[in-house]
Design a protein. Structure first.
Length: 317
């Protein structure tokens, strides 16, 4: 993957090649001007935010505009990882702030395995690399996944190797694959295990957020227990002048008892809900919300499943 990759257009490449703060300002100004001249795109998020987040129609429309801007900025950030030089990326990383650096310092000082559990928010790739360089230097990064990513996504994430992070993907599709991930963690790897994967990824647990009966894939408790690892919830968001890594309360898992699993699921649920309430416009997965809602076993028609999920969204308490 090079800066001349045909999948990145000329203008997008030029903007992505600019320093972080400059490209953020240019994209916001361009987006605002285009919206004033042609009108802002309506994606349906405004109605969703009104119902689920109980926002006023004015605030919901503002958040919908911010969703569209966030999508443009995310594309620019991922393109920047492909077209900017390593020294330039390191300069960009100076504009990544952490809300609770002491929590990460304490986790690193223990020498124990660490499990980072971010949401799919913001442009998280460079932020994760920055955390590794600042707080876990010399330790490898293991990104767990259960499905193949798009080639471009993989290329973007692998670029972080060039900024000084030893990183590898590990595809977990069965018990042996999971145990291999445990072995990597015990040997000192920092694991990234996204906490907002849809239930189809396996081991689904009910984690109701925002008044919805949502379920999320949940293997964090088992992973933490088998590795004796510390779990660090994260949410990486894009701000006008840089990125902000929000660090949630660190926890560990002691047993496999049902009440312990329920406790940990509650902590993860609280982290997801707090992150969505803080910056709802930056969650990538609003359009897939129905995938997180339960459907009855008797429902087999795809259209009926969609209607049932939509009804839960419409009637959220």
């Amino acid at each position: 993957m090079t800066e001349n990759d045909p999948r990145i257009g000329f203008l997008a490449r030029r903007i992505a090649g600019l320093p972080l703060r400059t490209r953020r300002r240019i994209l916001r100004a361009r987006f605002t001007l285009a919206g004033a001249l042609r009108g802002f795109e309506k994606t349906g998020h405004a109605g969703l935010f009104q119902r689920v987040l109980r926002q006023s129609s004015r605030e919901a429309r503002r958040l919908e505009r911010e969703v569209n801007l966030h999508n443009l900025q995310t594309e620019a950030e991922w393109a920047a990882l492909l077209v900017r030089s390593v020294p330039a990326l390191k300069r960009d990383a100076r504009h990544i702030a952490v809300t609770d650096p002491a929590a990460l310092e304490r986790a690193a000082a223990t020498g124990r395995p660490v499990i980072l559990t971010p949401l799919h928010m913001g442009a998280y790739v460079l932020a994760l690399a920055c955390l590794m360089v600042r707080f876990f230097p010399g330790r490898p990064l293991l990104v767990l996944r259960q499905r193949d990513d798009m080639p471009l996504e993989t290329a973007v994430m692998e670029r972080i190797r060039e900024v000084g992070v030893t990183m590898r993907f590990h595809q977990v599709t069965d018990r042996m694959g999971f145990l291999e991930a445990v072995r990597f963690a015990r040997n000192g790897a920092v694991i990234v295990n996204f906490c907002d994967l849809d239930p189809a990824y396996g081991a689904a647990a009910p984690m109701p957020v925002l008044g919805l009966e949502t379920r999320f894939a949940f293997g964090t408790d088992t992973l933490a227990r088998l590795t004796n690892g510390l779990v660090v919830p994260l949410a990486c968001t894009m701000e006008p002048e840089g990125d902000l890594v929000r660090v949630g309360p660190t926890f560990e898992v002691h047993t496999s008892a049902p009440e312990e699993r329920a406790r940990v699921a509650g902590l993860v649920r609280a982290h997801i809900e707090a992150s969505l309430r803080a910056r709802p416009e930056q969650w990538h997965l609003w359009s897939a919300l129905r995938d997180y809602l339960p459907v009855t076993d008797t429902v087999t028609d795809a259209a009926s499943r969609t209607e049932e999920a939509d009804e839960q969204i419409r009637t959220a308490a």
